[in-house]
Design a protein around this ligand. Structure first.
Ligand SMILES: Nc1ncnc2c1ncn2[C@@H]1O[C@H](COP(=O)(O)OP(=O)(O)OP(=O)(O)O)[C@@H](O)[C@H]1O
Length: 551
């Protein structure tokens, strides 16, 4: 690691031990003064430590006379040290626990004189002010009915104190009905006042927020989001998710854990993770946006059935999953798709999307070079034409488009383990008609080490766009044409199930919401939104870096 010039370096007292405390542009570090030279009360060496400045939450001076911290809590001070080192300051910082969990930790240093103490506090504060990616003002939406209806309590007890500790101001809106947050963002909210939007709830609340923000952004720049061919403009404001729902998959996929404190700390340090968004249209009419899973067949049926059994609570997903599996319906239709070309990565290459993902960076760059071509280069529409649409007709148990791995605590690998959050593509997974046993083998591979795509009846394609037309809509289309010309007297199986045709229709599960239409056109918009997150970190990323000799 490159050595940085030191801003400050002093011998201070930490819990009766003399420490060498050092601050440079990147790190705050402390280490015990070597034995023989330290020695206050013969304290044991407790080890060396360093914290990236970017992960310091706050610093404050402590009023030793009143023996309290300025947040009013009592502080025990050792008598000896208080005498010789009567001034102190406390630094709050991010501490990493296991499984991507973050906590806010504190360390208090005692100083021999007040000027030195103030110099430390002032210098650290100045460094924090240089971190311009940190939000100062946030708009917070709380769904009081999400998950176990704990959203308000979670925010007030775990998140709000951290925001105020980090001097972040907030405007909080407790939603009063579904789509309250979406509509407020779309029209009323004074977004210039804020550096970000936070939703407290589950994936449904996150979906409301992206719908509101994307809509608002397009309106402001005069882009018509209802037109499938429009190039949508990315949203400026970042979105934070405080997980408080019964499904918190987006939070899990972008932070690595569903934990309100961890999410709050990612917001405070000003992390940023871009995310692709799929627009879904039917016959040229806008339906919804999706960021995680679009599923027809199995996952559509599970959602449809589980919605009827809300009274069962979270157990409804297991129940409906089992029922749908036993029912074993398949659906006929045509899938056409535009494969991603000129991109790094494939759905089966086992390269997982992680913090600072190279695949996402590279592919986004390729796309934006296409959008803003240098002289002589082709523009994006020409480039898309370079890829050839492919068409697959068949009978499917499931058609899934995974725009991220869709990993969650129940399925740690997810539907498409190598899908990327921000590479401008979605992984289209087609599960053709097969036996129940084979389908079970495929489903079980979501939790085992085996490749879930290495089965004869499963195919997967990384795509930029796809269309799906169920068979009954194809019949509709044919019927219309024939009626116009030849006065055909036939019926559509959908309307007349008694005709004996086995075909039934499924619905699309769009990030947990049911779509009203089965025939859809989907297009991926690369990095349309940004989150206060950094993607899942490879563990243990900071063990190597945390070497005090580097400072
Ligand atoms: N005050 C409210 N009253 C009723 N519904 C609301 C309110 N605020 C938000 N909603 C809606 O509640 C739905 C579910 O919210 P959320 O995702 O936060 O919780 P969840 O428990 O994970 O959801 P689900 O039950 O769908 O798994 C969202 O689609 C949202 O539109």
């Amino acid at each position: 690691m490159e050595k940085q010039p030191r801003f400050l370096s002093s011998r201070l007292l930490l819990k009766n031990r003399v420490c060498e405390v050092t601050l440079n542009r990147a790190w705050l570090g402390w280490k015990d003064v070597p034995a023989g030279r330290r020695s206050i009360n013969n304290a044991l060496k407790a080890g060396d430590y360093c914290v990236p400045v970017s992960e310091i939450i706050a610093v404050r001076e402590i009023d030793m006379d009143s023996q309290t911290k300025d947040d009013g809590r009592w502080q025990k001070m050792p008598q000896e040290s208080a005498g010789a080192h009567p001034y102190a300051f406390t630094v709050s910082y991010v501490d990493r626990g296991s499984k991507h969990r973050w906590r806010c930790c504190e360390v208090t240093f005692n100083c021999p004189d007040g000027v030195l103490c103030q110099q430390w506090v002032q210098t650290i504060k100045e460094q924090l002010l240089l971190l311009t990616s940190r939000p100062k003002s946030l708009l917070v939406y709380i769904n009081p009915f999400g998950g176990k209806q704990q959203g308000k309590r979670i925010y007030e007890q775990k998140v709000a104190p951290l925001f105020s500790h980090a001097a972040i101001s907030t405007d909080v809106i407790v939603t009063e009905h579904a789509n309250h947050a979406r509509d407020h963002l779309r029209t009323v909210a004074d977004l210039k006042k804020y550096d970000g939007v936070v939703c407290v709830g589950g994936d449904g609340m996150f979906s409301e927020v992206i719908h509101g923000l994307i809509s608002r952004t397009q309106t402001e720049v005069g882009v018509d989001e209802s037109c499938p061919e429009e190039e949508l403009v990315p949203c400026n404001l970042r979105i934070g998710i405080i997980p408080a729902g019964s499904t918190d998959c987006i939070c899990y996929a972008t932070v690595g854990i569903n934990d309100p404190v961890t999410s709050a700390l990612h917001i405070i340090v000003g992390d940023s993770q871009a995310m692709d968004v799929c627009s879904v249209h039917h016959n040229g009419t806008f339906l919804r946006y999706s960021v995680s899973l679009l599923g027809y067949g199995f996952y559509g049926d599970v959602l449809m059935d589980s919605e009827r059994k809300r009274w069962l609570g979270p157990a409804r997903y297991d129940f409906s999953g089992f029922k749908t599996f036993v029912t074993h319906n398949y659906y006929e239709g045509t899938v056409s798709f535009l494969p991603a070309f000129n991109t790094l990565g494939t759905p089966r290459d086992k390269i997982k999307c992680r913090a600072g993902c190279y695949v996402c960076q590279h592919n986004e760059q390729q796309l934006s070079e296409g959008r803003h071509p240098c002289r002589g280069e082709k523009d994006v529409s020409d480039r898309e034409e370079e890829g050839k649409w492919q068409v697959i007709r068949g009978k499917f148990l499931a058609i899934n488009a995974a725009s991220m791995s869709c990993a969650c605590p129940r399925s740690p690998k997810g539907l498409s383990p190598a899908a990327h959050l921000a590479d401008g593509t979605t992984d289209l997974i087609l599960v053709h008609k097969c036996s129940r046993l084979d389908f079970l083998r495929h489903l079980l591979r979501h939790t085992s080490k085996d490749d879930q795509f290495d089965l004869a009846f499963v195919e997967v394609h990384r795509v930029r766009r796809f269309h799906f037309t169920p068979k009954h809509c194809e019949s509709n289309l044919e019927l219309d044409l024939k009626e116009n010309g030849k006065k055909l007297f036939s019926h559509i199986c959908r309307d007349h199930p008694a005709c004996g045709c086995a075909t039934v229709n499924s619905t699309w599960n769009c990030d947990g919401e049911i779509l009203q239409h089965a025939a859809i056109e989907v297009r991926v918009h690369c990095q349309l939104v940004k989150l206060f997150a950094r993607g899942i970190e490879e563990l243990p990323v900071f063990e190597d870096l945390c070497n005090p000799s580097a400072i």
